[in-house]
Unconditional design. Structure first.
Length: 233
């Protein structure tokens, strides 16, 4: 299989919602640079019409005349980048005898709620225990998985599952995976109920992190507590 097909196949394997949905890969994605710049042009035109509908004279406002283009560019290159970019295959390495939990805490998360198109900001904590063969992956790959699924439309519950499933896939044969997302939603603080500071915590766990005695789960949450000055997350 050539490199490009391998990338696409790998990407398809970790996607868990229908193509085209706000929290999925775009129709026809991942996109080439040319396809992205055509998309920015189309989206900028449509955003100009959106501002027209809001009776905003953006064409004659020196601060806003480039705004449709800026907004379109921000969606394609940053806010929704995970819908348009391909995830590279992830190589795993022997753990050289390490059979404990691997935890990465405080991975920064920027996302956008699918319901209101307002930002979601927070952190993701990920833990996993490698399988029999002891295969582990490069730590930064966990950050890249968070970026891939975070940089889309999202509801936090599904985002937590998507990250969990992708980590589980790239650490195939693992003994368990746990993902906790702690985030604040701009749609709660700036509109509707307008409550500042409320955060949402979601956890998806499998394997040893779900077992009855839950020692692995306890170790994971203790590790997060250490990081928060002893306070419960
Ligand atoms: Zn929302």
């Amino acid at each position: 299989m050539d490199k490009e097909n391998k990338r696409r196949k790998f990407h398809t394997d970790i996607e868990c919602v229908k193509e085209g949905l706000a929290n999925g890969i775009a129709f026809g994605g991942p996109l080439s640079d040319q396809e992205k710049s055509d998309m920015i042009e189309d989206a900028a035109k449509a955003y100009g019409e959106f501002l027209d509908a809001l009776r905003c004279d953006w064409r004659n406002d020196p601060n806003s005349m480039e705004t449709p283009h800026r907004v379109a560019k921000a969606y394609v290159n940053d806010l929704w980048a995970g819908r348009y970019e391909a995830m590279s295959p992830i190589t795993s390495f022997p753990s050289d005898g390490y059979d404990g939990i691997v935890i990465e805490r405080n991975i920064p998360l920027t996302s956008m709620c699918s319901h209101h198109h307002q930002t979601i900001k927070g952190v993701v904590h990920i833990g996993y225990v490698a399988g029999e063969g002891g295969q582990v992956i490069g730590l930064s790959k966990l950050n890249r998985i968070v970026e891939l699924f975070g940089r889309r439309g999202a509801i936090q519950e599904q985002l937590t599952s998507a990250i969990h499933n992708a980590v589980s896939k790239v650490t195939e044969g693992n003994r368990g995976v746990i993902v906790t997302v702690v985030a604040t939603h701009n749609c709660v603080s700036c509109r509707g109920v307008k409550h500042d500071g409320a955060s949402m915590v979601t956890t998806k766990a499998s394997g040893v992190f779900r077992e009855n005695d839950n020692l692995a789960r306890k170790e994971f949450f203790d590790s997060i507590k250490i990081n928060n000055g002893g306070h419960q997350i």
